[in-house]
Design a protein around this ligand. Sequence first.
Ligand code: CA
Length: 367
Amino acid sequence: MQRRQFLTNAGISAVTSATLVSCQSQDKSSVTANSLPEIKWRMVTSWPKSLDTIFGGAQLVCDRLKEMSGGKFTITPYAAGEIVPGLEVLDTVQNGTVECGHTASYYYIGKNPVLAFATSVPFGLTAEQQNAWLYHGGGLEAMQKVYSEFNIINFPAGNTGAQMGGWFKKEIKSLGDLKGLKMRIPGLGGEVMAKLGVNVQVLPGGEIFLALDRGAIDAAEWVGPYDDEKLGLNKAAQYYYYPGWWEPGPTLDVLVNKSAWEKLPLEYQSMFMAAAKEANVNMLSQYNFLNQQSLATLITGGTKLVVYPQDIITEAQKIATAIYDDNSTKDPNFKAIYEQWKTFKKGIIKWNTINELSYANFMASSS
Ligand code: CA
């Protein structure tokens, strides 16, 4: 204040004084940047590099950090299998073999079923609703509390948007057609399908095409048009079902070893969180852009789009709710998060029915 007054009194123009202030703050920031340490981390992931969308989320976090830190904080991302298999990301970050990882939290529901909420659950939230719950509705805070038991801190760093409901070699007309059908579907969606009579198979992404093509399985789900076409699933099955009711808006997380996180300068922590948030927004918009193009290509190529029969989807929802209720009875921590999430879901569905759905319905019927 005093210095400002002095400058004004000295008759220096506002433009000049602004220049002085800006030069001074530039000096200050470069001094701070120079004092920041050089840090090199490794990031394991659950993805093959060929899936540029989902692996791209991990890559973006690393690229941005390098840029923001002037090359001082660098993280190298690794594909699934390069350091550890894709489903061992949590363990590897927990034990500190690597400092961080990019994965889907629902791969680890065997360790704690509540981790499913960090990603997506059957009949759960859409991507936008999920972000609202995580960032503002207490969701991320709750999930970080769960992850702290694994000496991990997690940040959302990607979302695929609503997924598709899988590829079927034969048309499924009602609940009865699911009995004994062999389908590749992991997680809670698989648990629900198993209760509907499906013979559930869990295969990594790279093995789905051959199994479906050779008839070792009758159906398979992966992500959506862009990624599914990359795996060639449209060449192995003709019927493409929607909606993917088990994954309406799955979040991918970047997991950081908590001891490593706490040693980071605050500036790097802040850059890390900004990079993760950017990856979260970017992946969703990228999938939405690419999927609508790929779906059109698939349909031109002979893919038949089919909506899930009502009796299947209604029964699946009943079963999913029964699973959540059962988990709540067994585990008070699951119950606490589930109840809070349920209240949030009720409110946001009410609001989104008014603002988003009414508009989407109008636009769909008028075009
Ligand atoms: Ca999926």
